[in-house]
Design a protein around this ligand. Structure first.
Ligand code: NAP
Length: 237
């Protein structure tokens, strides 16, 4: 029997993360959802299992060094592998604009991603189908903000934009460092999606919002690395 592809999706007890888990599970992957609240993680797994999805949960606050340190052992012991990492957990403080909000936003949106990725990189590099998807945002596309300032209007929060632009920098650098290996590292913009973070005025539902990350998590061997996409279309940095 061919061993199944195993995926970790962070921040996956609700919103886009939960839907990415569901769609990857429907494609036959073993899906592990990271949730900082264990009860919420267990509740999500129970729902997904009823839908026939091979779902598991791991306690993961991406800003917790202890949670992150336990990850490699969890995957090695439980599955003997990890193939796909979707760095989805993210925060946006829409009303705050000070140094504290920069620090809090970067803790999750950048340092959390870096910590989780580096902890799991040996397993991902060992996979023949290793994929890393960094859930970014068009609000981190400096070129888009410069070219279409009116389109983004009031949505631009300095801390969030800077964190996602920095995340994109991490994508490019890690793809560069791993070029020539099987690993692919890309950034995704899900769209403006109705979630707690996106708000109820957003035009997209989570089913469509999850598609970009799901597509990048399951890229074929000749797929791209070190790029930024929305719904299959490249975005400028
Ligand atoms: N929605 C949009 O329009 C939109 C657009 C562009 C990009 N994005 C990006 O998409 C990602 C998912 O957003 P969403 O809209 O699905 O937001 P959401 O519904 O608010 O969900 C965010 C998820 O991240 C988790 N999380 C936050 N901080 C965490 C931490 N320190 N450790 C672990 N998990 C943490 C939350 O856990 P709790 O339930 O415990 O709070 C939740 O599961 C984010 O990276 C966001 O920046 C969203």
């Amino acid at each position: 029997m061919t061993p199944k592809t195993v995926a970790l999706i962070t921040g996956a007890n609700k919103g886009l993360g939960l839907e990415i888990v569901r769609q990857l599970g429907e494609r036959g992957l073993v899906v592990v959802l990271g949730a900082r609240d264990e009860a919420k993680g267990a509740a999500a797994v129970a729902e997904l299992s009823k839908q026939g999805i091979d779902a598991h949960a791991v306690k993961l606050d991406v800003t917790s060094p202890d949670d992150v340190a336990r990850l490699p052992g969890f995957f090695s012991e439980k599955f003997g592998r990890l193939d796909v990492l979707v760095n989805n957990a993210g925060v946006a403080e829409w009303r705050a604009d000070d140094l504290g909000s920069f620090r809090r936003t970067f803790e999750t949106n950048l340092f959390g991603v870096v910590a989780v990725t580096y902890a799991l990189l040996p397993l991902l590099k060992a996979s023949p189908v290793g994929r890393i998807v960094n859930q970014s945002s068009v609000l981190g596309s400096l070129t888009s903000l410069q070219q279409k300032p009116k389109m983004f209007g009031n949505f631009v929060i300095p801390a969030y934009t800077a964190s996602k632009a920095a995340l994109n920098g991490f994508t490019v650098a890690l793809a560069h460092k791993t070029r020539g290996t099987a690993l692919k590292v890309n950034s995704a913009h899900p769209g403006w999606v109705r979630t707690e973070l996106g708000g109820q005025d957003a035009p997209m539902n989570v089913v469509d919002g999850a598609k970009t990350a799901v597509n990048l998590a399951t890229l074929p061997a000749d797929g791209p690395t070190g790029q930024f996409f929305h719904m299959g279309e490249p975005l400028p940095w």
